[in-house]
Design a protein around this ligand. Sequence first.
Ligand SMILES: [Zn+2]
Length: 194
Amino acid sequence: MARWTADGDSFRFRAGRPSLDLCSTLLWRHREPVEQLRDPADLARWLCAAGLCGDGARATPEQLASARALREAGYRLFGRHLAGRAPDAADIAVVNATAAHPDRFPQLTPSGGVRWSAGEPVAAALATVARDCIDVLTGPLADRLRECAAPDCAFLFVDTSRPGTRRWCAQNRCGNRQHVRDHRARRSPEGDGP
Ligand SMILES: [Zn+2]
């Protein structure tokens, strides 16, 4: 199962929520954004890596456009939620329309296991993502939505820690980078310097 784009960049699944991880397919939003979903095959790979589609899934250019529209509508909705602002009606319409597609359904296998099936695998996978977006915004963890505290990282996550004090999308990534920055700042009070 490929977890990277055609040019070898890895997908990030740090939030464990498909609607938030989809937002992270546009890297470095606060700097110069890097698009990871450049063609339909990228979308199929991402959905497969997210566990939402089988290996053989094929996406169309229209589905890529839908996925990007869902991603950006979701990102704006999450941002407004974090800022305590009312959601935009156009963004709500995008999420609702995507969520209305038939979802995947479970089927028993001959050995008694389960496999997920769908008439239209990519549309069903995007519906799952849209439904997750609605759950993040309205479910029991809605007040635990966070943006990573690293100033250059725009990744979103749901803080499931008991005290609710998680700051980083990933401690071993942004947490460590901030640790290095703090260390440098302590050593040279004038700033980073050359
Ligand atoms: Zn981060």
